[in-house]
Design a protein around this ligand. Structure first.
Ligand SMILES: C[S@@+](CC[C@H](N)C(=O)[O-])C[C@H]1O[C@@H](n2cnc3c(N)ncnc32)[C@H](O)[C@@H]1O
Length: 248
């Protein structure tokens, strides 16, 4: 079953810290590209990040899940939202900022797919453009696999999330939501999402040629490593010889 078909309608209730995640993205933009006027988010989901970026930026989001996009359309009516795969799309325009956050890259199940997504970023960023992304690290995915299932009650419903981590660095997120319909009646929504962990050094090496590293941190602002809870990266696209920002 395609990912997020069932889980989309619970996503925002469970991930309720979207404002602070948007603020973090605005901080990157203010710091590294204060004159930016256009943002493309890869894997925009329910529009949680785009909705918090304010009205001063032209906003575009792509996602492959129609269910997530339907929510994003209600939440961010002024954004342009398109159904596409982040490893294989062409919008034939360039943006000042590309964002890809909250595990979206981890959802691409092969490193070859990550390289294709980086190629799409290169094609869609204006010269000097800013690329901000985050990653679930190998260590965090392994620790989630070792931990007991996470049980979370929200809006009368109960979520049980059980993560299994295998030797190929793939982790299977088994998500069950018991949705309350009446006082004593629940309906089970079941979905599985796969995330890939990749050593951070592979990512740095893949980007080194065309991108300048501006900043990399863990959630506490320290240098990230493969055991960090999460790794945040900000890169700037280097100039292309013989190409202007409006040519392709
Ligand atoms: C964990 S959500 C993050 C959503 C949003 N960025 C946020 O911060 O709330 C990951 C999103 O990436 C999308 N996604 C995963 N793989 C994708 C792919 N190959 N192409 C397009 N979207 C993808 C999923 O449909 C989902 O909406």
């Amino acid at each position: 079953m395609p990912e997020y078909r069932e889980f989309a309608r619970f996503y925002d209730a469970i991930n309720d810290e979207s404002e602070s995640r948007s603020r973090k993205m605005l901080h990157y933009i203010e710091r590294y590209h204060p004159n930016a006027s256009s943002v493309l988010e890869l894997g925009c989901g329910t529009g949680a990040i785009l909705a918090g970026l304010g009205s001063g930026l032209s906003l575009t989001g792509i996602d492959r899940s129609p269910e997530m996009l339907a929510i994003a359309r209600r939440r961010c009516p002024s954004a342009r939202l398109l159904q596409a795969d982040i490893t294989d799309f062409s919008l034939r325009e360039r943006f000042d900022v590309v964002l890809c956050v909250y595990d979206t890259l981890n959802h691409v199940q092969s490193f070859d797919g990550w390289l294709k997504a980086f190629d799409r970023v290169r094609e869609h960023l204006a010269e000097g453009g800013l690329f901000v992304f985050d990653l679930n690290t190998l260590g965090r995915l392994r620790r989630l696999g070792e931990a007991p299932p996470w049980v979370h009650h929200f809006d009368g419903n109960t979520l049980i999330l059980d993560v299994e981590f295998d030797a190929d660095a793939l982790s299977m997120w088994d998500i069950r939501v018991f949705e309350q319909r009446t006082n004593d009646q629940f309906v089970l929504c079941h979905e599985q999402i796969v995330e890939l962990g990749v050593p951070l050094q592979h990512v740095r090496e893949a980007l080194a040629m065309d991108f300048e590293l501006l900043e990399e941190t863990d959630p506490d602002g320290n240098p990230p490593d493969d055991e960090s809870a999460r790794a945040y990266f900000a890169y700037r696209l280097r100039g292309r010889q013989g190409e202007t920002s409006s040519s392709r």
